[in-house]
Ligand binder design. Structure first.
Ligand code: ADP
Ligand code: MG
Length: 586
């Protein structure tokens, strides 16, 4: 094909692709515009996960009627005029691309009235072209409606996920802005139902309660004001060491009111908890960094989710010091490990040793009848439900435990040489196969709580769990929606019977939201993986010999003993030949 200039339409669709990835990107850009317009009240409405319709209505300054069309031209903005302005940006927008990009790939209705004008104007655009313009009466402010996103870019439309997933992304953006701007009142509804509202009273803690629920919101610690001289201000909330999560997803960062993804700053927060959290657990935090605009470059990324600091080390130190200082001051008794779970359950009281042994074999204490059935099984008989698993030549030979290294790895010997086994990964595998076997027999062993517990969740967490009640039930969860974002928990899978129901559910939701169950894969498996991860013995836990032996026996019975349910290896095998070679014998 000879070189030629792309048609304007194709060029603008390509450019739009950088800004508008999915419905949530539209929400983000429109909400940013409302914030920049000085709105106090921002209402967002979505239909069909935003694929059908997104509407953002604000009470901001509005656009003068004479400039309305201009707002939709590429590189047209009221927020910036010279290159010099780029060095001290105080608005969220500045590229003048969002409206043009959104309009290029959807049908837009734009109604706006500037504060100082008597009437407003209505524009309708179809694929970026204005098709209607008329006067319109409305109070000052702006209402943007975006319909049929990607109607003219089928390739993009095809890649949109389920309504549920797209909805989750929208929720994520809206709750982020609600946290960054506690003075503003944000309201979100999906398919006509209100799903989130921030109070708009200027109190970040109240927003956090709306986002994470009362329990978490109340437990978070407010970051103490740092040194007065520094030009870098750190504020927000972080979790006490007793409150933690399975991944980093609950660490939210803002720089000058802009949500950013910054690996280093996230690490600074995690670092501040050094030795305070059990291995593999992460804090929650909503951390705002304020610094003079000329010390940060926001023009790094079309979606503006990354920034560059003039003095990154200073920002890193400021964040780490602020968080660490807060922890030392507000949570003075460090908890070296997770406190023993004391959630009330109907579990029979067993000695700790006994309980650990049962846990290792994948048998948490069961109600009496159940327990007998398992205990009477001869050690070498097939595990319950084993026959439903595909037999595989991958099975392990009998192994002899030699010892434990670093409280994390078990060293064992077999006819084929030496095995170094990751105790956590191996245990996850054992538990996973048990759980799947129980599910296949439609006999999930669950453990009733002494009393049903209402558990308040974030809208995002509630949404994803509500969509997956069946997979949850198939694994032994007895939960039901209890109004709003509350789930009533009646029973948990026996494996996690002693755990805090909210934490178990949040781990599962996080795994599902992080895409642990890609389209078509079994949601049940993702739920099972999450349950097993939580129930499995942790790295760093010293094990008695008989505990190690119990675990290795159980692993020998697994159909796929060599990988954990997440696909990582459970063991490294060094054959006799490899050992001989390493020692120069062979
Ligand atoms: P940017 O935000 O980078 O300036 P946009 O394409 O998002 O670019 O918006 C273009 C212009 O339209 C803005 O600079 C602003 O003047 C105007 N505008 C867009 N949305 C609103 C709104 N909700 N209220 C007032 N003005 C708006
Ligand atoms: Mg904008």
């Amino acid at each position: 094909m000879p070189i030629h200039v792309l048609s304007e339409q194709v060029a603008s669709q390509i450019a739009a692709g950088e800004v508008v990835e999915r419905p949530a990107s539209v929400v983000k850009e429109l909400v940013e515009n409302s914030i920049d317009a000085g709105a106090g009240d921002v209402r967002v409405e979505a239909r069909g996960g935003g694929k059908e319709l997104i509407r953002v209505v604000d009470d901001g300054c509005g656009v003068p009627a004479a400039e309305a069309e201009m707002a939709f031209q590429r590189h047209s903005t009221s927020k910036l005029s010279t290159a010099d302005d780029l060095s001290h940006i105080t608005t969220l927008g500045f590229r003048g691309e969002a409206l043009a990009s959104i309009a290029a790939v959807s049908r837009v209705t734009f109604i706006t009235r500037a504060v100082d004008e008597p009437v407003g104007v209505l524009l309708r655009l179809d694929g970026g072209k204005v098709v209607t313009r008329q006067e319109s009466g409305r109070p000052p402010g702006t209402a943007v409606t975006v319909e049929d996103l990607f109607f003219n870019v089928p390739a993009r439309r095809k890649f949109l996920r389920t309504d549920r997933t797209e909805r989750g992304h929208i929720d994520g953006w809206l709750t982020r802005y609600a946290m960054a701007y506690p003075d503003l009142r944000f309201t979100l509804s999906h398919d006509g139902k209100k799903s989130f509202q921030s109070p708009g009273n200027g109190k970040l803690r109240d927003v956090l309660v709306a986002v994470y629920g009362l329990e978490v919101g109340a437990a978070l610690l407010e970051i103490l004001p740092g040194e007065q001289e520094s030009s870098i201000r750190v504020s927000g909330f972080v979790s006490p060491p007793s409150l933690h999560r399975a991944n980093r997803a609950y660490i939210t960062l803002f720089v000058n009111g802009r949500w950013v993804q910054d690996v280093r700053l996230t690490y600074a927060i995690i670092q501040a908890y050094h030795t305070l959290l059990p291995g593999g657990r992460y804090p929650l935090g909503v951390v705002m960094v304020q610094l003079p605009p000329e010390e940060v470059d926001v023009n790094v990324h079309p979606a503006k989710a990354e920034v560059r600091f003039q003095d990154g080390d200073a920002v890193f130190r400021a964040v780490q010091r602020a968080v660490r200082g807060t922890l030392m001051e507000r949570a003075p008794v460090p908890l070296a490990a997770r406190p023993a779970t004391s959630w009330p359950t109907a579990a029979p009281i067993t000695s700790r040793r006994e309980e650990r042994l049962e846990r290792l074999a994948g048998l948490r204490p069961q109600p009496a009848g159940e327990q007998l059935r398992f205990e009477q099984r001869p050690a070498d008989a097939a595990a319950p439900g084993e026959s439903v698993l595909t037999p595989s030549s991958d099975r392990l030979p009998p192994l002899r435990v030699v010892g434990q290294v670093g409280a994390t790895y078990i060293i064992a010997e077999g006819p084929q040489g030496m095995y170094m086994i990751d105790q956590h990964a191996a245990h996850e595998r054992v538990l996973f196969e048990r759980l799947l076997a129980q599910r296949e027999r439609a006999a999930p062993t669950s453990q009733a709580l002494l009393e049903p517990q209402p558990v308040e969740l974030s809208p995002e967490t509630m949404g994803v769990l509500e969509e997956n009640l069946e997979p949850l039930a198939s694994l032994g969860f007895q939960v039901e929606p209890f109004g709003g974002t509350t789930l009533l928990v009646r029973a948990l899978p026996a494996l996690v019977a002693g755990e805090h129901p909210r934490e178990v559910l949040e781990d599962i939701a996080a795994a599902l939201l992080a895409g642990d169950a890609p389209l078509g894969a079994r949601v049940e498996d993702a739920v099972a993986r999450s349950v097993c991860k939580r129930a499995a013995i942790k790295a760093g836990q010293v094990m008695a010999r008989e505990e190690m032996e119990e675990l290795i026996r159980a692993l020998e019975r697994c159909a796929s003993p060599r990988t954990c349910p997440h696909g990582r290896p459970t063991m490294i095998h060094l054959s006799i030949e490899q050992l001989a070679r390493e020692f120069g014998r062979g």
